[in-house]
Design a protein around this ligand. Structure first.
Ligand code: SF4
Length: 63
């Protein structure tokens, strides 16, 4: 499972970081960074939660 972000939609509100800080990081420069776009099966549930929770629909998953 691979996570993708559409930076045209992301507003760096850090909701995803709150769900999986090992994967998503909002830095002082105001941008959200994907630390690991394929973190492995142990993260599948939280990646799905992050996609569902992003208020801007900026996250998506590919298998
Ligand atoms: S939850 Fe969505 S809008 Fe917020 S930082 Fe993550 S990808 Fe960006």
């Amino acid at each position: 499972m691979k996570i993708h972000v559409n930076y045209d939609l992301c507003t760096s509100n850090a909701v995803c970081m709150g769900i999986a800080p090992e994967v998503f990081e909002v830095r002082d420069d105001g941008y959200m960074y994907i630390l690991n776009d394929e973190p492995g099966p142990a993260f599948d549930e939280r990646l799905r939660e992050a996609v569902a929770s992003c208020p801007n629909g900026a996250l998506s998953i590919s298998e």
